[in-house]
Write a protein that binds this ligand. Structure first.
Ligand code: ADP
Length: 162
């Protein structure tokens, strides 16, 4: 059984992330969606809230037990070794992503040459969707309900009101 880790901040999960998970399940038997717990980064949602939203959204999408949810701290390659997984899954949107992702994938390869990063292209519908932009627009009162799963839309409303 081939498993990949899909790591990220997921603050919060968007439909773009869901489309990467959907694509990942075509390529892999099992995915571990892993939320990076980075105390240095300010986040809107706690790790626990992010895990809950991912769990509910993946259930809603019908991924069943092919997706498991986890969080990690520290180096991603250490986490991958600990989980005995040697493939990392990431999503690519615009050219801007490419530079950052190339840097991260190269660094991870330097740290552990046995671990490979695999990329899936963003679904055109969600090409412009990023967690930060979703938060920004929602804070200003914009409607993001078509860009995030329902459990996320609900929590954004609780957290940000309106
Ligand atoms: P990070 O802080 O690690 O970049 P994110 O939660 O922002 O974490 O993103 C996790 C991964 O999902 C990244 O590889 C990112 O490029 C990808 N991603 C985010 N939004 C989308 C989207 N709309 N379409 C495709 N991939 C996306």
């Amino acid at each position: 059984m081939k498993t990949a880790i899909y790591p990220g901040s997921f603050d919060p999960l968007t439909n773009g992330h869901i489309s990467i998970i959907r694509g990942g399940l075509i390529a892999f038997d099992h995915l571990i969606v892993a939320v990076l717990n980075n105390p240095q980064k300010t986040s809107l949602f706690s790790v626990e809230e992010r895990l809950q939203m991912i769990r509910e959204s993946c259930d809603e999408a019908g991924f069943g037990d092919r997706v498991s949810i986890d969080s990690f701290e520290g180096l991603l390659v250490d986490y991958a070794q600990q989980r005995s997984v040697n493939v990392l899954l990431r999503g690519l949107r615009a050219v801007k992503d490419y530079e950052y992702e190339l840097q991260m994938a190269s660094m991870n390869r330097h740290l552990d040459p046995q671990i490979e990063t695999v990329f899936i292209m963003a679904n055109e519908t969600y090409f412009y969707v990023a967690s930060n932009l979703v938060k920004e627009v929602r804070k200003l009162g914009g409607d993001v309900s078509e860009l995030v799963p329902e459990p996320v839309a609900r929590r954004l409303a609780t957290k940000l009101g309106r």
